[in-house]
Design a protein around this ligand. Structure first.
Ligand SMILES: Cc1ncc(COP(=O)(O)O)c(C=O)c1O
Length: 447
């Protein structure tokens, strides 16, 4: 990999940092105190800075790079498409868009008929909500308090976390608590109790809100940013049954949990999550569909909802809907993931390496209160006391981040949690290296 560094100049790193601080306005931040990490390049599961120092990317850049950085087949596909047809208006057909849609539908299954492409995850949710409202003639959307659905009008108000509160401009959103046994809202002590009580709570919310006013329930397949909250067995089927009973559509947000992250193509296809073979009505996706090489997202639409718009105009659209560069990246990504067995690999890594490795860390480090996850989608809930489950303060998270970065690992930290979310292509050797770094960093913080 040293040839990748032949033209690295630390002065460029300084210039990148200075330009950023002078002119770039960042997401979700007070701008004055930012100190961004400057990345010069990346390949596979590693990124490096302008001094040539390498970091294991166990963040996947906002849980995005499922296929890893600079996969040669995806890079080549984007280059070829750029030379052929870099942009086309959304009304025109083009081969890359059709191929991308047909590949996505093949992964979702026969209940689904069409794909509407968007620029990312938020506008995917925005349009799924629009479709649900138009096809049901109802207004309200129910979503979980522990969720993130994006930063646009309806998506951010559907979000459950703090980012919703300063942005509550759109109407018709109601929230409920989903299952999370470790921090149960329902005084539950088993997954069965948590599941039954969470479903009872949801039904009470539906009835209290007026079932006939509710267009959709919007759920993350596995709530990701909120802490990788794998739903207990039976929960998804229970929500589906409530939807069916009350004529409500089920939208699953697979923006973070889709395209291999859980070791299945979609998290709702995971045998530990969906024992009853239920299907949603609409699926939203982004991120892993092409690992963000070119921004893209979309809505996978059931046959029945898609056909509702055969004669009725769909009042929504985007200049970049089905952008050819993004579509070429999707086709190459899905093909490469299939050819290289990347989804099966992610399942193996979770089962044989990360799962046991993280549990071994928890056995050694009292800071780790709970290990949750599957595939390459894990979170460690960090606590000051295992009995009370008191979350660690932000100062501990800051310290941990420093210790991990110093040892060459780029982490994903959220609230009191360390999320372990490498690309799906991560090797056993890279996981072993990362687990050793986590171990050392926890020891340093505990001391
Ligand atoms: C589950 C989920 N939905 C939606 C979004 C929003 O996606 P985007 O940032 O591409 O708009 C995210 C982003 O992290 C997400 O995790």
């Amino acid at each position: 990999m040293s040839d990748l560094h032949s033209d690295l100049d630390p002065a460029d790193g300084t210039r990148a940092y200075d330009l950023d601080r002078a002119h770039v306005f960042h997401s979700w931040s007070a701008q004055g105190s930012l100190h961004p990490f400057v990345v010069a390049g990346a390949h596979g599961c590693e990124v490096w800075d302008y001094d040539g120092k390498h970091y294991l990317d166990f963040s996947s850049q906002l849980v995005n790079m499922n296929i890893g950085h600079t996969h040669p087949k995806v890079v080549a596909a984007i280059q070829e498409q750029a030379a052929l047809l870099p942009m086309i208006a959304p009304a025109h057909a083009n081969l890359a868009r059709g191929e991308a849609a047909s590949r996505i539908l093949a992964k979702a299954g026969s209940a689904f008929g069409k794909v509407f492409f968007t620029n990312g995850g938020a506008d995917a949710n925005e349009n799924a909500i629009r479709m649900a409202r138009l096809t049901t003639g109802r207004d309200k959307v129910l979503s979980q308090y522990r969720s993130y659905h994006g930063n646009t009008g309806a998506a951010v108000v559907a979000t459950g976390d703090w980012r919703r509160v300063p942005n509550e401009y759109s109407r018709g959103h109601v929230h409920f608590f989903g299952p999370f046994l470790y921090r149960s809202e329902f005084w539950a002590s088993t997954p069965e109790e948590e599941c039954a009580r969470a479903l009872h709570h949801l039904e009470r919310v539906i009835v209290s809100e007026g079932a006939s006013s509710i267009a959709a329930i919007l759920l993350e397949g596995v709530p990701g940013t909120a802490g990788v909250l794998i739903p207990p067995p039976g929960y998804l089927a229970g929500v589906r049954a409530l939807c069916d009973r009350h004529g409500i559509l089920l939208i699953l947000d697979e923006v973070m949990s889709g395209f291999g992250r859980t070791g299945t193509w979609f998290s709702w296809q995971h045998p530990d999550i969906n024992q009853d073979d239920v299907t949603p009505d609409l699926i939203t996706f982004a991120k892993g569909v092409n690992s963000g090489y070119v921004p893209a997202g979309g809505v996978i639409i059931s046959e029945s909802i898609a056909s509702a718009f055969d004669d009725q105009v769909f009042p929504g659209g985007l200049t970049y809907s089905g952008h050819p560069l993004a579509m070429a990246a999707i086709v190459a990504t899905i093909d490469a993931m299939e050819e290289e067995g990347i989804v099966e690999h992610a399942a193996m890594i979770g089962r044989d390496v990360l799962g046991p490795g993280l549990l071994a860390l928890a056995a050694k480090h009292p800071l780790i209160g709970e290990v949750r996850g599957t595939g390459v989608f894990w979170a460690l809930d960090l606590v000051t006391d295992r009995e009370t489950r008191e979350p660690v303060p932000s100062s501990t998270i800051g310290e941990l981040k420093g210790e991990l970065m110093a040892r060459g690992l780029l982490p994903f930290l959220s609230d009191n949690r360390l999320h372990v979310v490498p690309p799906c292509i991560v090797t056993v050797e890279e996981c072993v290296r990362a687990l050793a770094i986590y171990d050392e960093a926890f020891t340093a913080v505990e001391n």
